[in-house]
Design a protein around this ligand. Structure first.
Ligand SMILES: Nc1nc2c(c(=O)[nH]1)N[C@H]1C(S)=C(S)[C@@H](COP(=O)(O)OP(=O)(O)OC[C@H]3O[C@@H](n4cnc5c(N)ncnc54)[C@H](O)[C@@H]3O)O[C@H]1N2
Ligand code: MOO
Length: 411
């Protein structure tokens, strides 16, 4: 399908749209204290400052013998004067000129500075022969080498992955303050849209957008209410919007943001809030509507199934993350080689559905053959989007382009 649209002066760049969103929106969710096991995937609502050194004491990195390097004689032989296991520190300092049997994680006795790994030693019962090539500090871990007391280990606005939960636990925290999950309501409109599982009358299509949009919202950690398919009736949509606004922090719809006149979402929003129409200088997914219903943020994505996903990832995702209290929503851009030729008219930023493959040690992006914004299988085929900036001209095979991964866009 060829491009039907001319670039016009009133189109907004993605960068402008994001700056405007940033200025308009603030976190919409309250904070709560959650035990670590329940906090996975949540956004942190506080800086976590470590109350302790991690590790709290100097300790051994291996099973073996601990000693003071300066005490080691030329033949490497030292008397064994004690034993320290993890959780059982030696009672008192290391006697001068002795070695202690030690196990991984056990506190180094005061005065010991080096540990020999047992595979490198000869155990003689009362004494041990240690390797003399060891340097002072070998196989010893210092107190605070991971985290020092008083340092900020986790920052407010960051997402808690398994490793963040582990770090919080290492500092002694059993619970953390996180943002509550954003409550989002999703619905579709359009007389032709039908629920899967029901009969499809002539001229109708199954709803895909509620499933992709709800999935994207859930992947970001929102709690989604599916309001179904609303009939094209002003009063019904108005009442549904009012009800959704009362118990949600975001309302998302798809369809009805273009220029057609069969649509009742616009007037139903305007009757109890405000709505701006943004014409983004992007392809696919030109029109989006941003506003509020009785104070609850509203985002209307275009109806075409691919445009829903693309505008969600570019516009709704940063919006959702900001409402959720996340500090950042920027995406990593991976430079890859274009495995295709593409004619690009400067002016609109284009997002090409692409899949990556290794070729002779290089990472090459293959492009889905069709750019139609109704071809949803292009999204299951692809791993992400190649981002062609507004000003760029035609792309020749072998040129470097930026790739945005769906995996990054869903978190
Ligand atoms: N004269 C113009 N026509 C169109 C323009 C334009 O600027 N001038 N923009 C085009 C672009 S780009 C898009 S995208 C669509 C956006 O239109 P709407 O947001 O008003 O969406 P609809 O017209 O309601 O639907 C568009 C398309 O998507 C299908 N659709 C809608 N909802 C769903 C759903 N829940 N599941 C699956 N498919 C859905 C719908 O059947 C239509 O085929 O407008 C272009 N036209
Ligand atoms: O460019 Mo539209 O928003 O067809 O998808």
């Amino acid at each position: 399908m060829t491009d039907r649209f001319a670039v016009t002066a009133d189109m907004m760049t993605v960068a402008d749209a994001l700056a405007r969103l940033e200025a308009r929106l603030a976190p919409a969710v309250a904070a709560e204290e959650l035990r670590l096991h329940d906090a996975l995937g949540r956004i942190l609502a506080e800086d976590v400052v470590s109350a302790a050194n991690v590790p709290p004491h100097d300790n051994s990195a291996v099973d073996g013998w601990a000693f003071r390097r300066a005490d080691l004689p030329a033949d490497g032989c030292l008397p064994v004067v004690g034993r320290v296991a993890a959780g059982h520190p030696l009672d008192g300092p290391l006697p001068k000129g002795g070695a202690v049997r030690i196990f991984t994680g056990a506190p180094l006795p005061e005065g010991a500075d080096t540990v020999a790994m047992q595979e490198d030693c000869r155990d003689q019962g009362q004494s041990v022969v240690l390797p003399i090539r060891l340097a002072e500090g070998d196989n010893a871990r210092s107190a605070g080498e991971d985290i020092s007391r008083g340092s900020v280990v986790l920052h407010a606005g960051s997402r808690l992955r398994p490793q963040e939960l582990g770090v919080a636990a290492a500092t002694g925290r059993a619970s953390v303050k996180v943002y509550r999950r954003l409550k989002a309501a999703v619905f579709s409109t359009g007389d032709e849209i039908r629920d899967p599982g029901t009969e499809l009358p002539p001229g109708c299509i199954y709803d895909t957008n509620r499933f992709t949009a709800a999935g994207l919202l859930r992947a970001l950690g929102a709690e989604v209410t599916d309001l179904g398919i609303l009939p094209d009736r002003f009063e019904t949509i108005k009442a549904a919007l009012a009800e959704a606004a009362a118990s949600h922090q975001l309302i998302l719809t798809s369809g009805g943001v273009s220029v057609g006149d069969e649509d009742h979402v616009k007037p139903a929003v305007l009757a109890q809030g405000s709505l701006d129409f943004w014409r983004l200088a992007i392809k696919p997914g030109r029109p989006v509507a941003l506003g509020e219903v009785a104070g609850t943020p509203f985002v209307g994505l275009p109806g075409n199934p691919v445009a829903v996903m693309v505008t969600f990832m570019l516009i709704a995702r940063p919006m959702v993350l900001r409402l959720m209290g996340a500090a950042r929503s920027d995406l990593p851009r991976y430079p890859v080689e274009a495995g295709f030729a593409f004619r690009h008219k400067p002016g609109r930023r284009e997002y090409l559905r692409a899949r990556l493959a290794h070729m002779d040690g290089r990472l090459v992006a293959a492009k889905f053959p069709s750019d139609g914004s109704g071809v949803l299988t292009s999204m299951t085929w692809s791993d992400g989007l190649v981002d062609i900036p507004e000003e760029r001209g035609d792309i020749a095979p072998g040129e470097m382009v930026d790739f945005l991964s769906y995996a990054d866009m869903m978190r």
